[in-house]
Ligand binder design. Structure first.
Ligand code: ZN
Ligand code: ZN
Length: 351
């Protein structure tokens, strides 16, 4: 079998339709035609004749060209059978149990609800047409499903082989790829727990419990809140200065999962956690270097390891730890380590 030819057709302001051509049978499908004119133009340029229209979901920016193209070419419209009422002129309803076939090729239909309740993906050979469920560096809006439903749909897509090529419904790469900024007002406040003296060697469970107390104090269990447990001088949790300088983690709290960070009193361990690494004597050098590292990672991977990790499992700060330390004018002149930048494909002190 000759491999399918797939032609990208930009439509509207940021939509993508795709022509899928099977040279062996002469069949040609268009996936999610937002509008007819650019699709007709692409067909004419290729000399292909449209035989099928495939829709991942009913939204008008994916079906707007259906009727005109069906009229002109007599093409068969194939879409989610469970959503028949919301499709004008649907000829063939498909779902996971029916699948579909295109010429002699088996087309897998995957039900991936959340953007809409009956959103589907078409998977043929190594190509997956994911509509408005999966984009480059992002997923679609949850119009008709909860985050849990979207997660289950994305998890289904993750079962596809790594070599699968994803053809998505919109060009959102640039906006999805915007870097995390240091939002003004991101520091909500501080709270001193005076209810009892801290243990001299707190365990991770005790530190997590302290973060839970802070979350109760602020009443914010949302995923955009992060709690930093800053330990006073002389309190040295096990492993501090020998195995780590600080770390961030997450824990269950009141039915939620909160992000928290263990920031011990760094000057207590001196140069092993950065003292004097940039300035002399630089007693506090490690404070901005290490805590900046943790903040960067807490923002990009608040509930380890569910956020940004590289292919070997390293978090953002780990990739650049203890390299190119400098007094950073973008950080108030305090010393910092660089953080990883996808855009620069390297470690950067500013972006
Ligand atoms: Zn949509
Ligand atoms: Zn769309």
């Amino acid at each position: 079998m000759t491999p399918l030819a797939i032609e990208l057709v930009p439509c509207l302001s940021d939509n993508y339709a795709y022509l899928v051509h099977d040279k062996d049978t002469g069949l040609c499908a268009v996936v999610d035609p937002s509008e007819a004119p650019p699709v007709k133009k692409a067909l004419a340029a290729k000399g292909w004749k449209l035989t099928h229209i495939l829709n991942t979901h009913h939204h008008f920016d994916h079906t707007g060209g259906n009727v005109a193209l069906k009229e002109e070419f007599g093409a068969e419209i194939v879409g989610p059978g469970k959503d028949r009422d919301r499709f004008a002129g649907l000829d063939t309803g498909v779902d996971e149990s029916t699948g579909w076939s295109f010429g002699g090729r088996k087309v897998r239909v995957m039900e991936i609800p959340a953007h809409t309740s009956s959103h589907i993906a078409f998977i043929v050979d190594d190509a997956a047409f994911t509509g408005d469920t999966l984009f480059a560096m992002g997923c679609g809006r949850l119009f008709e499903g909860t985050p849990a439903v979207m997660w289950s749909s994305l998890s289904k897509l993750m079962t596809l082989p790594d070599a699968t090529r994803i053809f998505c419904g919109h060009e959102y790469t640039q906006s999805n790829g915007q870097h995390v900024g240091n939002a003004a007002g991101s520091f909500a406040g501080s709270y001193v727990d005076t209810t009892s003296a801290p243990p001299s060697k707190p365990t991770q469970a005790q530190l997590a419990a302290e973060a839970v107390k802070a979350a109760a104090h602020y009443g914010d269990y949302s995923t955009s809140a992060a709690y930093i447990v800053a330990l006073p001088h002389g309190i040295v949790p096990s492993g501090f200065g020998t195995q780590y300088c600080a770390y961030h983690s997450s824990t269950a709290a009141a039915g939620h999962t909160i992000a928290w960070t263990n920031d011990p009193y760094l000057p207590d361990v001196g140069s092993s956690c950065g003292a004097g690494s940039v300035n002399s004597p630089g007693t506090l050098d490690g404070v901005s270097i290490v805590f900046g590292h943790e903040q960067g990672e807490t923002e990009t991977d608040p509930q380890p390891n569910s956020g940004w990790l590289d292919s070997s499992g390293a978090e953002n700060g780990d990739k650049c730890a203890w390299t190119n330390l400098e007094n950073n004018p973008n950080a108030g002149g305090y010393p910092t380590q660089p953080l990883w930048s996808n855009a620069n494909n390297g470690c950067v002190q500013s972006y």
